[in-house]
Design a binder for this molecule. Structure first.
Ligand code: HEC
Length: 290
């Protein structure tokens, strides 16, 4: 099929406006997706900043040797939930900086029993972990009919948080040794969460990639340019998602994941720019069919 009769520059104002607004939504949408990845995975390799090791850890698993004084982030389920990207953060926020710092410092430090009641762990005047949990979490996370009675931190809504209950969720993913360097085996993402993210991505991304691709084919660019640039984002999506699974068995595929992400971002942005430019600034060549 030829796209000659379906040229963007020939569309009427309503169609142009609608397409422009559509692109205004799905273009930045990609940026938000990337920002989400940065927030969620950047500490997968225990160090801040997103790098290849984060992908390696997430999709393949890795070994890492840490020295006793290395500055690393030790994860726990509770920590993930109260970091800025976590779903429990909103409940912690009313406590302000002192409560946030108090709980997170305790969790990052390994959630020791000895420090559970210690106030001012990071800064003078910060509440202890027990006080923060009592003030902000126990109302739902208590065993006596709370919203989250399956994951209780105290026996009842007005009871004190109990270390033995709290540590089930606050348990760091590994123990740090104070004296010697240690080698950790960091497992990749579980199969169930990989199924979950595959499912979440495999339905949405190809649909808007296809729509943007079709609009791109409606530009007045030459056939050769279209042949190369049109399928590129979709190819990148296929390689990206496919490699999430293949990388579990074959480590080099983490490079494919990284490269596919970059190729997707660049080619998708280029397509959007071409569409906008051609639609609003392109010359209306006479319709060859007319
Ligand atoms: C208004 C009720 C409520 C408050 C307050 C609350 N939570 Fe939760 N919490 C929930 C619910 C509901 C879930 C399960 C659904 C979800 O993950 O969003 C949950 C899940 C969790 C989980 C994951 C549990 C699991 O095993 O999957 C953790 C960890 C957690 N909360 C910690 C906290 C911490 C720490 C606080 C205090 C800063 C807190 N919650 C405050 C209702 C609450």
């Amino acid at each position: 099929m030829s796209w000659d009769s379906l040229r963007l520059a020939r569309l009427g104002l309503p169609a142009k406006l609608m397409i422009t607004l559509f692109l205004a939504v799905v273009g930045p949408g990609y940026l938000f997706g990337t920002a989400n990845i940065l927030l969620k995975h950047q500490a997968a390799d225990l160090e801040p900043g997103l790098g290849l090791d984060d992908l390696r850890r997430k999709f393949h698993g890795m070994e890492k040797t840490i020295t006793p004084d290395a500055k690393i982030t030790v994860h726990s389920k509770m920590l993930e939930e109260v970091l800025p990207s976590g779903s429990m953060r909103e409940y912690l926020e009313p406590g302000g900086e002192p409560a946030i710092r108090g709980l997170i410092t305790w969790l990052e430090g390994g959630a020791n029993q000895a420090d559970f009641d210690r106030t001012g762990l990071a800064a003078a005047g910060d509440p202890s972990a027990r006080q923060v949990l009592a003030a902000h979490c126990v109302e739902c996370h208590h065993a006596d009919g709370g919203d989250m009675e399956d994951v209780p931190y105290a026996a009842a809504a007005d009871a004190q948080p109990d270390y033995a209950l709290v540590i089930k969720e606050a348990q760091p993913e590994f123990e740090r040794h104070a004296s010697a360097p240690q080698t950790l085996t960091l497992a990749p993402t579980s199969v169930s969460s990989l199924v979950h993210i595959t499912h979440a991505h495999v339905l949405a991304i190809p649909v808007f990639t296809l729509l943007v691709g079709v609009l791109f084919l409606m530009t007045g660019l030459g056939e050769m340019v279209k042949l190369i640039l049109a399928p590129l984002p979709m190819l990148a999506v296929l390689l990206d998602i496919g490699s999430w699974w293949i990388a579990r068995f074959s480590e080099p595929f983490i490079y494919v994941i990284a490269a596919a992400g970059a190729v997707f971002g660049a080619s998708y942005a280029l397509q959007i720019l071409c569409i906008l430019g051609d639609m609003w600034l392109g010359r209306r060549r006479p319709d060859p069919a007319a």
